[in-house]
Design a protein around this ligand. Sequence first.
Ligand SMILES: Cc1cc2nc3c(=O)[nH]c(=O)nc-3n(C[C@H](O)[C@H](O)[C@H](O)COP(=O)(O)O)c2cc1C
Length: 383
Amino acid sequence: MIDLFEPQLLGATVPLKNRIAMAPMTRTRTSEGDAPNELMATYYGQRASAGLIVTEATDVAPSSKGYALTPGIYSEAQRQGWRLVTDEVHRNGGTIFLQIWHVGRMAHPSLMPNREAPWGVTEQRAEHSDVFAHDADGKLTYTRAGTPRRLETDEVSALVGTFSQAFANARQAGFDGVEIHGANGYLFDQFMNSVLNTRTDQYGGGTVENRTRFLIEVVEAAVRELGPGRVGVRLSPFGEYGSMPADPLVEETLLYLCEQLGRRGVAYIHLVYQLMPAGNMESIEFKERHIDHALLAKVRAAFHGAIIWCGGFTDRESAQAALDTGLVDLIAFGRPYIANPDLAERLKHGWPLAEADQSTYYTRRGHIGYTDYPVYSVAREAR
Ligand SMILES: Cc1cc2nc3c(=O)[nH]c(=O)nc-3n(C[C@H](O)[C@H](O)[C@H](O)COP(=O)(O)O)c2cc1C
């Protein structure tokens, strides 16, 4: 039986000090040019007692921007900003992977270069989904995602090269690895959904090989840049976030992908297994969505790397019970990490958890609700 505080060698390459991961969370605290900064370095550095930190979703290119104030990894200033973050985490003994995404149709012309249309697998709009973009007066607000332009086949292939450059930048910025964001209704998920993806080219939804091709090509590029033990993939089968249609072939796609990722030596699959965000970022709600244990056992059989489970874990007992199923290797905590920088220590000692203020999840208010949550010993003294 694996203990939550047992170390692990991820991908036979990256030593982790425990089985606790900090889940990726967008926090909109970037500086000019979507560059990370000292404040973000402090935030991630405060959380370095997690076995693995996965950063907030990071734009692979300007065309990938679905929400204002998210960071990028394509400019020199962004690379230098991320270097502040990785140095601080490493100084504090932590391990950090960069989550990289392209939002695809979950964007808005006001955020796109030259106000062009969002990039889509097809021209189908995410009808019921909002993004954080500029209104007619230039004010940031939640607004319906735009109608996308369908990417040409050679544009999809070219995007693989764009990801490749981002992986090289991530390595140079000092990351221990990258997590490719294949979850939550963004571009990879849009390609993989057999209902949404009505394309008929080599990236088309009609066969499992074609609808997973883009993700697999990007994974291969990541493995070339960083080595297999330093690449993870996040997936959210059954997720509806981003107006994703229910997909009758979801299990076929998932298991095929697990097998293919295993063959390429991917270090881990990160499953958003229990709770999916619904609604928009302003009024985020979490809906129960279970991957049942029978399906998870099939994932386990198909993929020999590590499996991370995320969603709804709030204490040591539930995390340990999940590890005790033998079906997963690490437990990721999202929201509990917002108000508990020392979450790992609190779980270890049975100390109470602080509650986060949801109004500061995404905000321009800098350190407030971000780096000002104290560790438990300080919080106790203050009482
Ligand atoms: C403020 C916030 C921002 C999030 N941003 C991201 C993100 O950038 N990338 C991602 O894959 N998931 C993101 N998520 C989803 C979380 O990683 C996680 O799957 C979800 O919060 C459920 O886990 P929890 O119950 O431990 O919070 C975000 C969630 C929250 C609350």
